[in-house]
Design a protein around this ligand. Structure first.
Ligand SMILES: Cc1ncc(COP(=O)(O)O)c(C=O)c1O
Length: 355
């Protein structure tokens, strides 16, 4: 109980050494007695994701300060999760002193496909959305790594769960963003007891806001049990992905990832990594279903996502993966990916939109 009181008295921010071992132990102890932490207290993730309300957002047809971009509590998208979104990043290249958005066309293409599945319609195509993005980023002259959150939502107010005969709106905000998973070089994963949403329940390949209740359950239970992230099985018992990231394993020298028909989100980082692995590392890359126990005997394991980037997983449910440290393929892919997103490899410059 004394642990619980200590945590109430001292805010983690003021402790300064939050990540140190004794703090970690105290938190785990507190967890085990049921202390309910705020998400940002978690030693497993960096979710100090604070928005700056003075920056600009695109809202109801124009750029406004984020403090003014507000929806009503009776809005359909808020009441029913009837919104689709993407998470994009733009990276600052310090040598070039330039900001580059990573694969915006692909993100907006997937967003518009998600909208199609959810019977939504907005008056912009991919090119129009890219132009809005450039205008928004130039308004605030961002010069650091950032995250962009475009959303299309059912904007009418009132009760009545459906998709048809409702107005759709597009919005986008931007925030500074660094790491999403703190232990991104040695993450410890668990198998979630939750199942990944099935494509016949909510479109799994669509990025539907309501479906993220599933991701939130997965993430919180994994973190509260002391893990960095979870692997989620689909209703057929196959490995699908993480709470908000795709998964890859090296097995017998081949890079394997679940196919897009195993209820995964068709990740843009996943697609990029597959291409880099084939082109730059000369690896064979195979999309096939993965069984749960294959993960334990993989040589390497990593997860990919826009927020997560490439997270090396070195343990799953207390079993070391391979040698128990980040392997050579993961190490190389992480370095390559960081160069590519910062537009340092001319071969992939089509993936970088200069702001
Ligand atoms: C459920 C889910 N899977 C996978 C990913 C990774 O996709 P991407 O690489 O396009 O960010 C995300 C993140 O967007 C996600 O939310």
């Amino acid at each position: 109980m004394s642990v619980e009181l200590d945590f109430k008295r001292e805010s983690p921010k003021r402790q300064g050494n939050i990540w140190e071992q004794d703090q970690l132990r105290a938190k785990k102890e507190a967890w085990s007695i049921g202390y309910n932490f705020h998400a940002s207290d978690s030693p497993f993730i960096l979710s100090e994701v604070q928005v700056d309300l003075s920056k600009h957002a695109f809202f109801e047809g124009k750029n406004v300060p984020l403090s003014e971009a507000k929806i009503n509590i009776a809005t359909h998208g808020f009441l029913y999760g009837t919104a689709v979104f993407s998470g994009m990043r733009a990276y600052w290249n310090e040598e070039a002193k330039r900001l580059f958005v990573f694969r915006p066309y692909d993100h907006f293409h997937r967003l518009l496909n998600s909208a199609r599945m959810m019977a939504m319609n907005i008056p912009y195509d991919e090119a129009g959305l890219i132009q809005l993005t450039l205008d928004l980023l130039r308004t605030d002259n961002w010069q650091e790594d950032i995250y962009l959150r475009p959303t299309i939502y059912k904007a009418d107010m009132g009760i009545g769960v459906r998709l048809h005969d409702l107005k759709d709106e597009f919005s986008m905000f931007v925030m500074a963003f660094e790491k999403y998973v703190k232990n991104d070089a040695n993450a410890h994963l668990t198998f979630s007891s939750w199942r990944r949403i099935d494509d016949n329940v909510i479109p799994a390949r669509g990025k539907v806001a309501g479906a993220y209740a599933n991701s939130a359950l997965i993430k919180t239970d994994a973190n509260r049990a002391g893990f960095d992230e979870a692997i989620v099985l689909d209703s057929n018992g196959h490995v699908s992905e993480g709470s908000a990231m795709n998964i890859f394993m090296m097995r017998d020298g081949v890079l394997v990832t679940p196919p897009s028909t195993d209820n995964i989100l068709e990740g843009i980082t996943r697609r990029s990594v597959m291409e880099l692995a084939r082109n730059e590392l000369g690896l064979e890359v195979v999309e096939r279903s993965i069984d749960r126990t294959e993960v334990f005997i993989a040589e390497e394991l990593f997860m990919t996502g826009t927020a997560a980037q490439i997270v090396a997983a070195t343990r799953v449910d207390y079993r070391p993966i391979g040698s128990g440290v980040m392997g050579p393929v993961t190490t190389k892919l992480r370095a390559l990916f960081d160069d590519v997103v910062r537009a340092k490899l001319p071969k992939y410059k089509d993936w970088n939109l200069e702001v």
